[in-house]
Design a protein around this ligand. Structure first.
Ligand SMILES: Cc1cc2nc3c(=O)[nH]c(=O)nc-3n(C[C@H](O)[C@H](O)[C@H](O)COP(=O)(O)O)c2cc1C
Length: 159
């Protein structure tokens, strides 16, 4: 295989960029920025997310069996950038952004456009990211707006 072509072609996949919320065994909130996320079924509503093996987030999703997804608005590059590194919550804030919880205990950010929460129903443990398929069990909308895309941030994760 032509490595350059593989990289170029895979980087042609278009993505959003989201904040995925997790929690540890004590219920402490955590979150990371991720773009490897897609809906995979209407009924039941299923979403798949690929999470880097060995990260805190991956271990937390594997143990808790739940995660949240926060849909950001176009222009919220600064917010998403704050979630590329491991974080510790300070009260009800992560990276300075206020969150609350609903069904799963995973963080829901007030500044996001909308969110949904998932219960893991399947996993694929292959490669350097594990895929968690979650059934959407709760969702909410904070305000209307256009979602943030990976392209507008100028970042790449893929190839
Ligand atoms: C543009 C971009 C997209 C990313 N997408 C993903 C992703 O889809 N899945 C993933 O596991 N990590 C992704 N990451 C890396 C995580 O944001 C990063 O590993 C984070 O520190 C994990 O948080 P944790 O250490 O609390 O688990 C991405 C990073 C960047 C810069």
């Amino acid at each position: 295989m032509d490595a350059k072509a593989k990289k170029t072609a895979l980087r042609g996949i278009t993505y959003g960029l989201y904040i995925v919320g997790t929690k540890d065994e004590n219920g402490t909130a955590n979150a990371f920025a991720g773009n490897w996320l897609t809906q995979t079924s209407f009924n039941p509503p299923l979403v798949a997310v690929a999470v880097k093996v060995g990260t805190r987030s991956q271990e937390q999703i594997a143990k808790s069996g739940v995660f949240s997804v926060n849909i950001l608005e176009t222009g919220q590059k600064d917010m998403v950038t704050a979630f590329f590194k491991s974080l510790e919550p300070e009260g009800n804030k992560l990276a300075g952004y206020e969150f609350y919880t609903e069904e799963t205990g995973c963080p829901i950010f007030k500044d996001a456009l909308s969110f949904f929460e998932c219960k893991v129903v399947e996993k694929v443990e292959k490669g350097d990211h594990y895929i968690y398929v979650g059934e959407v069990i709760n969702a909410g909308v904070h305000r209307e707006g256009d979602p943030l895309t990976l392209k507008e941030t100028g970042f790449y994760y893929g190839g």
